[in-house]
Design a protein around this ligand. Structure first.
Ligand SMILES: NC(=O)c1ccc[n+]([C@@H]2O[C@H](COP(=O)([O-])OP(=O)(O)OC[C@H]3O[C@@H](n4cnc5c(N)ncnc54)[C@H](OP(=O)(O)O)[C@@H]3O)[C@@H](O)[C@H]2O)c1
Length: 191
């Protein structure tokens, strides 16, 4: 059994936590008022981008040696028209720079919360979680910890691919916000 610590119990935090529980793991949540004690082997930052950066800065010692999953889509929510990270970077790369002793993984940002709950896109197609990281062992551990959740998981490559995953998440969000797709739909991956 793997202990999973999730910062944030909003739409994504609770949906991701339920999947790890479905796979038999132990899940604990940390909200913005909790004091942070010992965290699990896998830590999910299921919070807005600014909060994820703050947590990485403030909890660096507690996050040392852990697998950190960054799920953020770092949008400019004022214009809804751009990512706020530089074009050659990503939120995940910034978090990895702040946490050099952790294994940072980009994941879950291309799947809407509702599709993580139902485990289906548009009620029909398997929901696939994409993982990008420079640590193969971290991706393998997350994949193994989700085994039994009924989510499909794919290795999307190195942490550099986080940029593309964040662009994909951004595009999907604009499609749903403009009502061209529903929040239960989105991009699917078919092997
Ligand atoms: N919703 C989606 O379908 C979706 C899809 C892909 C990616 N994402 C990404 O997932 C992240 C979370 O989105 P969401 O939809 O789950 O948002 P949400 O429902 O608003 O939940 C965010 C949660 O973060 C918590 N939080 C904020 N600062 C915190 C801190 N310092 N420590 C611990 N918890 C903190 C909030 O709790 P408090 O009320 O206590 O502040 C809240 O419960 C965002 O980065 C978003 O871009 C969302």
């Amino acid at each position: 059994m793997v202990k999973i610590t999730i910062f944030g119990k909003g739409n994504m935090g609770s949906a991701i936590g339920k999947n790890f529980e479905d796979a038999g793991q132990t899940v604990e949540y940390i909200d913005s008022k909790s004091s942070v004690e010992d965290v699990g082997e896998i830590v999910v930052l299921a919070v807005p981008y600014d909060a994820a950066i703050s947590i990485a800065k403030q909890q660096k010692d507690k996050l040392d040696g852990k697998i950190i999953i960054d799920i953020t889509n770092p949008l400019n929510f004022t214009t809804f028209d751009e990512l706020v990270v530089p074009a050659d970077s990503s939120a995940a790369a910034q978090i990895a720079e702040l946490l050099p002793n952790s294994q940072v993984v980009k994941g879950f940002n291309t799947t809407f919360a509702a599709t993580l709950v139902s485990k289906k896109i548009d009620g029909s197609y398997p929901t696939t979680v994409q993982l990008a990281s420079d640590s193969q062992s971290a991706k393998d551990e997350i994949t193994s910890a989700l085994d039994g959740s009924n989510l499909s998981v794919i290795d999307a490559g190195a942490l550099k691919r986080a940029r593309e995953l964040e662009a994909l998440g951004f595009l999907q969000l604009t499609l749903a916000a403009s009502e061209k797709i529903s929040w239960t739909g989105g991009f699917g991956i078919f092997k």
